[in-house]
Design a protein around this ligand. Structure first.
Ligand SMILES: *Cc1c(COP(=O)(O)O)cnc(C)c1O
Length: 425
C-alpha cells in the first residue's frame, strides 16, 4: 500500500463488531484465566498484554502505524522524544562505550549526550555531520556503538549526506541512527538511504496538533546484531531475563525486545494510552499536512530572501541554500518541511518588534504543529547564555525560528510581510 493509505489505515484493523475507531484502553493491567498463561507471557513464550509499562493495545496500534509508515519491522513508543533517545542509548551502550554524533542537533539531545550520559560513563564524540569519511573514521574505535544525526537539524538546518555516512557506519559494524522528527517518513524515507533506526519526538509533526508529548524508535530490521562482536549484550545471556540471548533468540526483533523487555521494564517512561490515541488521530493526516507545511515554509523563505529587513535565511528548500542539493537528493517531492530560520536586521530590538507585530504566528516554545509559531532563542530557550556563548553554539542574537503551519499560504506570507515592515520602524 502507498504511504498515504498506510497513514490512514495501518496499525488498527477491527474485527467483526469491534469499534471502527481505535479504542483508548485506559487500563494498567489485563486479566488471564490461569497462572500458566500469565507465566508464558512473562517468559515471552506467548504474545499478549499484561502490564501497560510493557505494552498497551492503544500504544501498540500507534507503534504498528509508525512502523508501517517508515517501512520498519516495529516500533517502541516512549513518553517523550527525549525518552526515546535515552532508551536507544541504553539499549545499545553501557559504561565505557561511545557515540559519534552530529554537533548540530536538538539542544535537549545535545545536553543529554554532552553532560548527562558522560556521568554514566558513555562518551559522545561530536562531529560536523558532513565531515569527510576519514574524519569519521578517526573518531570510531572498538567501543563506538552508533552514529547519530538529525534529518534537518534544529535550528542549524543542516541535511546530512546519509548514504555516505551510512557506508562509514556499516563498514565499521555500527548502525546509523537518525532523528527524523522534522522530516517524518513523508519527506524522508530513511531506511531506503541507509538509516538503521529512526527516532522521533512524536510531539512534533507526528502528532501535529500540539496535544501530546511522546517519542518513538522505529527499527528498520536491517542492522544485524547476531555475532557482531561490538554488541556482546545482544549475543550473551541476559541474567536479568533468565538467560535470554536477544540476537539469537529473537532474530531481527532482538533490538526491540531488548529495548522493551529490559530497558523499558527497568526505566519506565512509557507512552500513555490517551497520548497514543491523540497521536494516532494526528498521524492519519500526516501525508496531507507535510506538503502544506513545506509549501508554506518555501513561500516564507522566498519572501525573507528578498527582504531588506533580513540578513540571511536558512531553508533547505531554497535553491540558493547550502543544503539544497542534499535535500533534492534525499527528500520526497522537493519538500523540506515547515521550519525556517533567519537573521533579522537590527538584532534583539528588531526581533522583538517583529514578534510583537505578528498576528498568525504565536510566540511559543514549540515547533511543528498545524498553527504557525515563532521563537527568538536568544531571549527565550538560550537566554542564560552570553552573546559569545550564543555564537559558540551557532545561535546569533538576531536568529528567529519560524515554524510554518498549515494555514493558507497567502495569510502566512501577509503576516510575515507586515511584521518585517514593523521590525524596521
Ligand atoms: C523536540 C525534539 C526532541 C525532544 O522531544 P520531546 O518530545 O520534547 O522530548 C528531539 N529531537 C528533535 C529534533 C526535537 O525537535
Amino acid at each position: 500500500m502507498k504511504i498515504e493509505t498506510r497513514c490512514v489505515q495501518s496499525g488498527y484493523t477491527p474485527k467483526n463488531g469491534e469499534p471502527r475507531v481505535l479504542p483508548i484502553t485506559q487500563s494498567t493491567t489485563f486479566v488471564y484465566d490461569t497462572p500458566e498463561q500469565m507465566g508464558d507471557l512473562f517468559d515471552l513464550k506467548a504474545e499478549g498484554f499484561f502490564y501497560t509499562r510493557l505494552g498497551n493495545p492503544t500504544v501498540d496500534a500507534l507503534e504498528k502505524k509508525l512502523a508501517a509508515i517508515d517501512g520498519g519491522i516495529g516500533t517502541i513508543c516512549t513518553a517523550s522524544g527525549m525518552a526515546a533517545v535515552t532508551n536507544l542509548v541504553m539499549t545499545l551502550c553501557k559504561a565505557g562505550d561511545n557515540i559519534i554524533s552530529s554537533s548540530t542537533i536538538y539542544g535537549g539531545t545535545y545536553n543529554l549526550f554532552s553532560t548527562t550520559f558522560p556521568k554514566f560513563g558513555i562518551e559522545t564524540r561530536f562531529i560536523d555531520v558532513n565531515a569527510k569519511n576519514e574524519d569519521y573514521q578517526k573518531l570510531i574505535d572498538e567501543k563506538t556503538k552508533f552514529i547519530f544525526c538529525e534529518t534537518i537539524a534544529n535550528p542549524a538546518m543542516t541535511v546530512p549526506d546519509f548514504e555516505r555516512i551510512a557506508k562509514v557506519a556499516h563498514e565499521n559494524g555500527i548502525p546509523l541512527v537518525c532523528d527524523n522528527t522534522l522530516a517524518t517518513g513523508i519527506i524522508f524515507d530513511a531506511f531506503k538511504h541507509g538509516v538503521d533506526f529512526n527516532v522521533y519526538s512524536t510531539t512534533k509533526y507526528v502528532d501535529g496538533h500540539a496535544t501530546s508529548v511522546g517519542g518513538a524508535i522505529v527499527d528498520s530490521g536491517n542492522f544485524n546484531f547476531l555475532g557482531n562482536k561490538r554488541f556482546p549484550d545482544f549475543n550473551e545471556p541476559d541474567p536479568s531475563y533468565h538467560g535470554l540471548v536477544y540476537a539469537k533468540d529473537f532474530g531481527k526483533m532482538g533490538f526491540l525486545i531488548k529495548s522493551r523487555c529490559q530497558i523499558m521494564r527497568d526505566t519506565g517512561a512509557q507512552l500513555s494510552a490517551f497520548n497514543a490515541f491523540c497521536t494516532v488521530l494526528g498521524l492519519e493526516t500526516l501525508h496531507l499536512r507535510m506538503p502544506q507545511h513545506s509549501k508554506n515554509a518555501l513561500a516564507v523563505a522566498e519572501l525573507l530572501k528578498e527582504s531588506d529587513a533580513v540578513e540571511w535565511v536558512k531553508y533547505a528548500g531554497l535553491k540558493t541554500d547550502a543544503n539544497y542539493e542534499l535535500a533534492q537528493k534525499y527528500f520526497n517531492n522537493g519538500m523540506a518541511s515547515g521550519m525556517v530560520t533567519f537573521g533579522i536586521k537590527g538584532g534583539r530590538e528588531a526581533a522583538s518588534k517583529f514578534q510583537k507585530a505578528l498576528k498568525l504566528f504565536k510566540i511559543v516554545t514549540h515547533i511543528a504543529d498545524s498553527r504557525s509559531c515563532v521563537l527568538h532563542p536568544a531571549s527565550t530557550t538560550h537566554r542564560q547564555l552570553s552573546d559569545s556563548d550564543l555564537i559558540a553554539c551557532g545561535i546569533s542574537d538576531n536568529l528567529i525560528r519560524l515554524s510554518c503551519g498549515t494555514e493558507a499560504t497567502e495569510d502566512i506570507v501577509e503576516d510575515i510581510k507586515n511584521a518585517l515592515i514593523a521590525s524596521q520602524k
